[in-house]
Design a protein around this ligand. Structure first.
Ligand SMILES: Nc1ncnc2c1ncn2[C@@H]1O[C@H](COP(=O)(O)OP(=O)(O)O)[C@@H](O)[C@H]1O
Ligand code: SF4
Ligand SMILES: [Mg+2]
Length: 368
């Protein structure tokens, strides 16, 4: 009952003027280090509508965590240089007061990390921690109300109610991560981010949790971002995928398009680094070489030093993200573009949902 009411509230944002729930506009994030600025996220544009499930995939060190941590403003202010805009439901996340951010975390956006279970206190029972987290945003909530909400979520993530009476050390890693996933949903936030949330778990537990995430998406009309280095996780759980490399977006589009008929040479390499999920076995080729030094990225296309399809222009000019398919065009009619944005099909700031966007000179990304 409680869950249904909250779900309906959350669904209202789907009708919020046709704008995406989340808009990341020209976001760049650099970490200040003694030896220079690490350009972890470089001019990223990405948007997400309510009810969508977006996968962000890329090898380790591509900037995926930095990108999603910016959305929750979790980066250390004194050690990072952040430019661009993150709009969540109309709120300017990078510039809103701390008080507003505290309201948004857990209640509007929550995040589960790979090692979220380490954030649980070892000296308090799970129930005490649930109560504490719940009362951050609902100080007057009764024990019965909290219990009703958490037991509903425990049921969804397949945990027994008796877990509430246990200490974290009495639970397996998989159970702890389920507790964290349930906690991330306790206020039924509009957006949930899973950053490698199932990576450390065994394959069977990971499969169970991903099934539960998909069920949650259906039951609670959840909007989710699944961050992973594993394309099979994205293939299983997401409708749309953004492929990230060295801080930049390489390819964005529907999972069925990008993972089945990838255009960007990096996406092709990433897919060939994994065994095929179906069909005949084939040799895993992978991507020779390593990520570039993000303190001194190469000129031109950042993937050029590793790209088997590189052209002469690739070492000179950085390709711009370009819409290569009109599949998303029907969504454009509902999208109100703001100042500086364009509804044209090339070089737009916010790609329309469903559009297939590629940053590669082979696909017209040479207008920079
Ligand atoms: N606190 C930090 N200080 C300096 N560099 C960092 C810091 N955190 C991450 N980085 C660097 O930023 C880049 C992106 O890291 P990250 O966002 O964690 O990537 P991913 O999540 O894709 O593995 C990497 O080169 C990483 O070494
Ligand atoms: S722009 Fe050039 S180097 Fe970069 S991915 Fe495309 S073909 Fe390869
Ligand atoms: Mg990460």
């Amino acid at each position: 009952m409680v869950a249904t009411q909250q779900t309906n509230e959350n669904n209202q944002c789907e009708e919020s003027g046709g704008r995406p729930l989340l808009e990341i506009l020209d976001l760049s994030v650099g970490y200040e280090t003694g030896s220079g600025l690490v350009r972890a996220v470089d001019h990223v544009d990405l948007s997400l509508y309510a009810g969508e499930s977006l996968g962000i995939v890329g090898e380790s060190g591509s900037g995926k965590s930095t990108l999603v941590m910016s959305v929750l403003r979790l980066l250390p202010l004194d050690k990072t240089v952040v430019t661009g805009t993150v709009l969540f439901n109309g709120v300017d996340i990078l510039r809103c007061p701390q008080q507003e951010m505290a309201r948004i975390r857990w209640k509007e956006i929550s995040i589960v990390f790979q090692k979220s279970m380490n954030s649980l206190s070892p000296v308090h029972k799970v129930w005490e921690q649930v109560e504490d987290i719940y009362r951050v945003h609902a100080p007057g909530a009764s024990k019965d109300e909290i219990r009703e909400r958490i037991l509903h979520l425990f049921n969804v993530v397949n945990l027994s109610p008796r877990v509430l009476e246990l200490y974290p050390h009495e639970l397996s890693g998989g159970m702890l991560q389920r507790v964290c996933i349930a906690l991330s949903l306790v206020h039924l936030p509009k957006l949930v981010i899973f950053d490698e949330a199932t990576t450390a778990l065994d394959v069977i537990t990971q499969g169970q949790i991903l099934d539960e995430v998909m069920r949650l998406e259906r039951e609670l009309k959840l909007t989710s971002i699944i961050v992973t280095h594993d394309i099979s996780v994205v293939a299983k759980t997401c409708k749309r995928v953004a492929v990230m490399y060295a801080g930049r977006l390489m390819e964005v589009g529907d999972v069925g398009t990008v993972l089945v008929e990838p255009l960007h040479p990096y996406t092709k390499g990433l897919i060939s680094s994994f065994p095929p999920l179906t069909g005949t076995r084939k040799k895993i080729t992978g991507i020779p070489g390593a990520l570039p030094d993000l303190k001194a990225p190469p000129p031109g296309c950042i993937f050029a030093p590793r790209c088997p399809e590189a052209l002469k222009v690739c070492k000179e000019k950085s390709p711009v993200p370009t819409v290569v398919s009109r599949d998303g065009e029907e969504h454009l009619k509902d999208v109100k573009f703001g100042p500086g944005e364009s509804a044209g099909l090339r070089n737009i700031q916010v790609p329309p949902i469903g559009a297939h966007v590629v940053a590669c000179h082979k696909y017209g990304g040479d207008d920079a």
